[in-house]
Design a binder for this molecule. Structure first.
Ligand SMILES: [Zn+2]
Length: 394
């Protein structure tokens, strides 16, 4: 458990340097010997791994403010023009979204800072660090998504902190999914769905190397296994499936309740699941067990066929994963007809056993049957049409 604390940095450095740290600037005093004293104070308690101190020839821009709190860009002086352009967006819009949907921004400012301390992003509280190659002058989509991710951490990971590293998905899975939720809100459903599909691909390639990896784990004696990519992408997918299971209204209600209860404190996975149970009235124990505490992922194998005699679509769907137990989850099956972009029928089937057969009455021959047409479930599948078996040959 992290003890959260306020912090202060007082630095005396050559006066051609600027100094950035957590919280608000309290004092700058120039001395006759060419040094400057800089005093920063963070008055909202944070975990010690979120402390930060940067000293460089920075160009500093007051970009905007949010809720009377400054939004700043700190880039190397030689990157001034490109860096100010890159970091001008979308920080404020992202802060507005999480404030409205999750809860209040906890801190006194938000600065985006370039640094040699990381290759990607590091979510230090109120002064986020980005790798030196983050300044491109092109507002690249990759770096835009890193900015959104690190701002999401100011809510999840920083204001509400995982109680220990075994629960790190509460930080990384959340930042990954809340990045996608902002994308869905700001840039549309198609980009969101593309993001979730590529996250699923990454989950399956990670699980090829480590098929039994559990999201809530017990790895404190081997820190290399703590922040596996799975805690990011599979963590995000678990939130996505939970949203589908609960419905949007209860999902956001649960998120707001969890955030408010543990604001500026720590939380465990159990705390989170309880908050979501309270918001939905659902028993989520089995959901948590199979997705968070057990390893493996569903792998489905099956086929569909159309039987003109009975006017039915017959389906077989089997769970064939080698690692982990059988999963129990609802799966949407879309049935498509000639000339229609959307499935006319969506059947919800319950995948629980190893073998399943389903029969769906239809009025005419479909052109396609697809599992999970709206991208709500995490699974791999080998699934397609097979020709109707000869039943009248004798
Ligand atoms: Zn992160």
């Amino acid at each position: 458990m992290y003890e959260k604390a306020t912090c202060e940095f007082v630095v005396r450095a050559p006066d051609h340097y600027q100094v950035v740290s957590n919280g608000l600037l309290r004092e700058e005093t120039d001395y006759d010997d060419g040094t400057r004293l800089t005093h920063w104070k963070q008055s909202v308690p944070i975990s010690p791994w979120l402390y930060v101190l940067g000293v460089a020839r920075f160009a500093v821009q007051q970009v905007d403010d949010f809720d009377s709190k400054p939004i700043q860009t700190w880039v190397y002086a030689q990157d001034r023009e490109a860096g100010f352009y890159d970091f001008a967006v979308p920080t404020k819009q992202v802060m507005e979204f999480y404030s409205e949907y999750v809860g209040p921004f906890s801190y006194e400012k938000l600065a985006n800072v370039t640094s040699p301390a990381t290759g990607g992003g590091m979510e230090a509280a109120t002064a986020i660090m980005y790798g030196e190659n983050s300044v491109t002058g092109e507002r690249s989509e990759r770096w835009r998504n890193v900015i959104i991710h690190e701002i999401a951490h100011q809510w999840f990971g920083n204001a509400v902190t995982e109680a220990d590293w075994d629960d790190v998905w509460l930080s990384e899975g959340f930042a990954t999914y809340f990045t996608q939720l902002f994308i869905e809100h700001a840039y549309g459903r198609d980009e969101f769905v593309d993001g979730m599909k590529s996250a699923a691909d990454r989950v399956f390639s990670q699980y090829e190397d480590d098929p039994a990896y559990r999201i809530v784990h017990d790895n404190l004696d081997d820190m290399r296994r703590v922040t596996s990519g799975a805690t990011y992408q599979k963590g995000a997918w678990i939130l996505h499936m939970l949203r589908k299971r609960m419905g949007d209204e209860a999902f956001w209600g649960g998120i707001r309740g969890y955030y408010a209860t543990h604001f500026n404190q720590s939380a465990t996975t159990d705390d989170f699941i309880k908050a979501m149970e309270v918001a939905s009235g659902l028993d989520l124990e089995m959901f948590a067990e199979q997705w968070l505490y057990d390893g493996g992922n569903p792998h489905l194998s099956g086929w569909w066929e159309y039987d003109p005699a009975s006017r039915t679509v017959n389906l077989e769907i089997n769970q064939v994963q080698q690692v982990g137990g059988l999963f129990d989850f609802p799966l949407e099956v879309g049935i498509y007809f000639e000339g229609e972009r959307r499935p006319r029928l969506i059947e919800i089937i319950s995948v629980t056993n190893r073998f399943h057969r389903f029969v769906v009455p239809v009025n005419e021959e479909p052109v396609d049957v697809r599992l999970d047409p709206d991208t709500w479930a995490l699974f791999q599948a080998d699934f397609g049409r097979r020709e109707l078996e000869q039943q009248l040959s004798n």
